[in-house]
Design a protein around this ligand. Structure first.
Ligand SMILES: N[C@@H](CCC(=O)N[C@@H](CS)C(=O)NCC(=O)O)C(=O)O
Length: 212
């Protein structure tokens, strides 16, 4: 399998971490959405990452679809998203909160990276910042309510933890959301637990603006 996209993207990274945790080997195309835009579009008309090309020629253009495919390959016992019931519902909601925060962070960064200074609109950036911070606050409370030594859902690490950690690390690298861990302390603790694991360490790349 070929995974396209840099690990400074939380969407790419949650896929890469999941592949490593599930023991799915892959080649990595470390392509930037800025300078490698045309190359990425050859595999994905959206020009976005992650894009996954499988050995039998399937193409996936969205991290959620990729993760669903990986879980199917792994089988119900090893799947990273709980299969049914309250755990699945809660995990999906937490994942949506985390990916929503990431999207709002990406919009703030793209305002700087892709828009000339005189065309930037501060109220829009502030709105995105508010939405991102509120979503991180909700995740932080969810970790706090579970207890910092627990996983977000059930008794083992799930896609909810992986995604929350990848998103937190990305937003803290790129936008310093945690202000040296004063903000979102419970979420920061969960992320630090995840980041200490080999699958996370092997995919750690600090955010670099996408126009490079
Ligand atoms: N919902 C998508 C979001 C992917 C996404 O926004 N990727 C960004 C990198 S973090 C990207 O490709 N940006 C380039 C662009 O949108 O032009 C997913 O989960 O895969």
């Amino acid at each position: 399998m070929l995974l396209i996209g840099m690990f400074d993207s939380p969407f790419v990274r949650r896929v890469a971490v999941s592949m490593k945790l599930l023991g799915v080997p892959f080649e990595h195309a470390n392509w930037s959405v800025g300078k490698d835009f045309d190359r990425i579009r050859e595999f994905n008309p959206l020009g976005r990452v992650p894009t996954l090309v499988t050995g039998d020629g399937l193409r996936f253009v969205e991290s959620g679809a990729i993760l669903d495919h990986l879980d199917e390959i792994a089988g119900p016992e090893r799947a990273l998203l709980p299969r049914a019931g309250a755990e699945r519902r809660d995990a999906l909601n937490l994942i949506a909160m985390a990916t929503g925060a990431a999207e709002k962070g990406v919009l703030q960064l793209y305002e700087r990276a892709f828009r000339p200074e005189d065309k930037r609109h501060a109220p829009w950036v502030e709105r995105c910042h508010l939405q991102m911070s509120a979503a991180l606050g909700a995740l932080d409370r969810a970790v706090g309510e579970r207890g910092e030594s627990q996983w977000l859902v059930g008794k083992r690490m799930t896609q909810a933890d992986i995604t929350a950690a990848c998103v937190f690390t990305f937003l803290d690298d790129a936008l310093r959301v945690a202000a040296d861990r004063v903000m979102f302390a419970s979420l920061a603790t969960l992320a630090a637990r995840c980041e200490s694991l080999p699958a996370f360490q092997e995919t750690r790349l600090r955010f670099a603006p996408p126009n490079g």
